[in-house]
Design a protein around this ligand. Sequence first.
Ligand SMILES: [Zn+2]
Ligand SMILES: [Zn+2]
Length: 324
Amino acid sequence: MDALTITESRDPGHFPLREGFRSVNEGYCHACGHDGHTATGLGLAEVLLPRAGNLSGKIKLIFQPGEEGGCGAKGIVEAGVLDDVDYFFAIHVGLTKLDGRPLGSHGLICGVKDFLDSRGFNFKFTGKPAHPVGDPHVGKNALLAACSAALAIHNIAPHSEGICRANVGVLNAGTVRNAIASSAFMMVDIRGQNDLVAEYIQNKVLSAAKGAALMYENELEIEPTGAVISASADDSAMEIVRKCAQRVDWFDEIHFEGSMGGSDDAAEMLRRVQKNGGIGSYIGLGADFAAGFHHHAFDFDEEVMVPSIKLLAEIVGELLKLKN
Ligand SMILES: [Zn+2]
Ligand SMILES: [Zn+2]
């Protein structure tokens, strides 16, 4: 339900290989821990089920598909799954940071407020080929249009109201040495801390591309490639996490707020709950990993699973007490 296009390690020391749970789909693997998160959710179900008779509320376990492409949560939100949710809690191992450092095992972050809005754009510049010596004035240079756009995009002023980033990650242009390049392809990633900043940076990026195309008399095709909105956890939900985490022996380092330093489309679900008057948080569980996220030797920290289940079960108990 969620994987990266990475071939999982075949190193004999790689724990999933040794224990027989290396990816069976060659070229794809869960190098972000989402299979472990799914197992954690199932563990929670197992803990809650025998208590079902004593629970008066409605509990939904949502397994988030397609997070890596930033397109799974939207479908879940549109299906109405979140529409009757008062409290929303998402978990991720190891991702959130505190003052730039990741928390090791036994650490916990009760919530983050800096989910970035993330958008992608592909730009295709089309000019006109010509001989660079014989007919230089006839050509319409797509390579220069794209280069001008790239420089303008990297020169966009920051915004005073939050984190604002733009990156040209790919730029391919031209075909041969002795022809004016008539086509160029560019991939751009943009991030903003809130809706206002995201709109600002998007408008500036589009203006840069359009302006450069105009300057070099190029045609410009703009292809949006997906978007994830920004979000911010609620203090009151983070307070619930803190209170419940204190009851779980495992956690000896509990921090109220950490930093996401990126994007996750769980933000879509959190925002929908908040829109309906609910509250929520994105919980960061400290973990020890053999290799970093999106690395072919990534291996989930199974030690954190049972404490996570205990924490989530405590939260369920706390909330049902709140409601009664
Ligand atoms: Zn990931
Ligand atoms: Zn992830």
